[in-house]
Design a protein around this ligand. Structure first.
Ligand code: F3S
Length: 72
């Protein structure tokens, strides 16, 4: 799972970072600091909540390969 951020849409509301500062890192000006990042295992629900919290719809979730089902 990845979070994709459209930095052109980000208006610096920081609601994503209020859900998780770890997942939604902001730059020094308070805007989202990345364009894409992988969601660590176990933080998927937090990622979804942060994405939903953005009023500008600058964030979205992309499901990539089914890592979650990998067995050790
Ligand atoms: Fe930007 Fe939306 Fe977060 S406007 S700072 S991506 S809540």
């Amino acid at each position: 799972m990845k979070i994709i951020a459209d930095r052109n849409k980000c208006a610096g509301h920081a609601r994503c970072a209020a859900v998780s500062e770890e997942l939604f890192q902001l730059d020094d000006c308070g805007y989202i600091a990345f364009e894409a990042r992988t969601v660590p295992a176990g933080l998927e629900e937090l990622a979804r909540r942060g994405v939903r919290a953005c009023p500008e719809r600058a964030l979205r979730i992309v499901i990539d390969e089914p890592d979650d089902e990998a067995t050790p």
